[in-house]
Design a protein around this ligand. Structure first.
Ligand code: SAH
Ligand code: TYD
Ligand code: ZN
Length: 405
């Protein structure tokens, strides 16, 4: 059995998606075929309950100059981060000359608000282009992987951080031992490490199997993050359920004994036990759900093609790589995918090589059906594309199950 990357316990594999390409490697017609492949399989630690991948992709294959994801692509996410930045400015960043470090600052969507308030900050992100977007907004960014050594250098040059924030990034980092050593070197004695990420409980409940892909090395729960914090000498003190990305959780971690644990945390730990997040049956049920969803989705797409109906994809998400390549969706079923990210437009999806086109292509003319790969942004996208529905178009979703609306 594989060993847990957090605690060294035995990891029980529950799903093998087979050979999969790096999810954000949108290739050009010239570079198609050069994608890096690995075995995408997920398991759960029988000791600390951390859900994790069994094979790690070298980080430079995922996060580099060309990394295309932009946090600012969703106005909901923009407002979400803006609101949280304001909350931090009124609480943990309200003291004398506060300092915040963000791990995975991307295009600066969150730090922009901090910068405008004139508060000392530093974003750390290895992907060079996203950093340039942030810098254009006046955000201070260091193009680097956050880890032990980076954190020590920041501590030496900028002093201790009152807040270390990281959204949808620490789950991408297998080497959590180095991260926590870095946090230990950088965090002020009464500072907080705030993490937010897609929540395992929601993923299991909604059978959101596409949340499993290379970048999501871990799927966090309250139970596993609590164990992780403890393993590396910290303490989980508070949690806050969030609606973004189809169900997320915000975790507040402090040095041991510095803050008293909240009742919400205790309640959620009990709920996770009741939901069976530590039980093998839950993962077997999930595995059966993945096979069922894929089978139903492929049947539906093939039926529509047989009836001569047109289908276009919407949202060239990283998570769509899992659905597309595992289920076997190619350009013959979905001829193109619309996406608002300039860096993805004109490119081909990893593995399946489905062209990505700007949203303007959606109405030229509207297809009969749209397969919503960005289902986590369903409200925002449906509101934006009301014209599609007015023209008689129908949306296909596969979370929590395959359905047409
Ligand atoms: N925080 C943003 C971006 C998430 S995408 C949001 O929630 O929308 C994940 C980001 O993490 C990418 O920009 C990637 O380049 C960055 N990343 C990956 N490994 C990292 C590491 N070790 N240190 C800092 N950033 C990292
Ligand atoms: P997202 O689901 O946030 O993340 P991931 O890539 O990690 O799965 O990606 C959303 C994608 O959908 C992104 O490429 C931008 C695109 N998008 C649109 O094209 N239009 C929209 O209105 C929104 C909100 C997103
Ligand atoms: Zn473990």
């Amino acid at each position: 059995m594989a060993k847990c990357r957090i605690c060294g316990g035995a990891v029980d594999e529950f799903f093998d998606f087979g050979r999969q390409p790096v999810s954000d490697s949108f290739v050009t017609p010239e570079t198609a075929g050069s994608e890096f492949y690995f075995r995408l399989a997920a398991g759960v630690c029988t000791n600390c309950t951390m859900v994790q991948l069994l094979e790690e992709v070298p980080r430079e294959q995922m996060f580099h100059e060309d990394y295309p994801y932009r946090s600012s692509g969703s106005s909901v996410m923009h407002r979400h981060f803006e609101a949280f930045a304001h909350r931090l400015l009124e609480t943990d960043l309200a003291g004398d000359d506060p300092f915040i470090v963000e791990i995975g600052s991307n295009d600066g969507t969150m730090l922009k608000t901090v910068q405008k308030a004139g508060v000392r900050h530093l974003g750390v992100d290895p992907s060079a282009q996203v950093g340039d977007f942030a810098r254009a907004d006046g955000v201070r960014v260091r193009t680097a992987f956050f880890e032990d050594a980076t954190a020590r250098e920041i501590a030496a040059s900028d002093g201790p951080a009152d807040v270390i924030f990281s959204a949808n990034t620490t789950s991408h980092i297998p080497y959590m031992d180095s991260i926590f050593r870095g946090v230990d070197a950088l965090l002020a004695s009464d500072g907080v490490l705030v993490l937010e990420d897609r929540y395992l409980g929601s993923i299991m409940e909604q059978n959101a199997f596409d949340q499993i892909y290379d970048e999501h090395f871990y799927l966090f729960s309250v139970s596993s993050v609590r164990a992780m914090a403890q393993t590396f000498g910290f303490e989980l003190v508070d949690v806050e359920p969030l609606t973004v990305h189809g169900g997320s959780m915000r975790y507040t971690i402090a040095r041991p004994g510095k803050r008293s644990p909240s009742t919400t945390m205790t309640e959620l730990l009990a709920r996770e036990r009741a939901q069976g997040l530590a039980s093998p049956q839950t993962y077997q049920r999930f595995a059966a759900g993945v096979r069922r969803s894929c089978g139903e989705l492929m049947d539906l797409l093939k039926d529509l093609r047989a009836q001569g109906r047109t289908v276009v994809g919407y949202g060239a998400t990283a998570k769509s790589a899992t659905v597309i390549n595992y289920c076997g969706i190619g350009p013959e079923l979905v001829p193109f995918i619309c996406d608002s990210t300039e860096a993805k437009q004109g490119r081909l999806t990893p593995g399946s090589h489905i062209p990505v086109r700007p949203p303007a292509a959606f109405s030229e003319p509207y297809p009969d059906y749209a397969l919503l790969f960005a289902w986590n942004h369903v409200e925002e996208i449906m509101a934006k594309e009301q014209g599609f529905r007015d023209a008689g178009g129908k949306w296909i979703l596969y979370v929590p199950e395959v359905h047409v609306v």
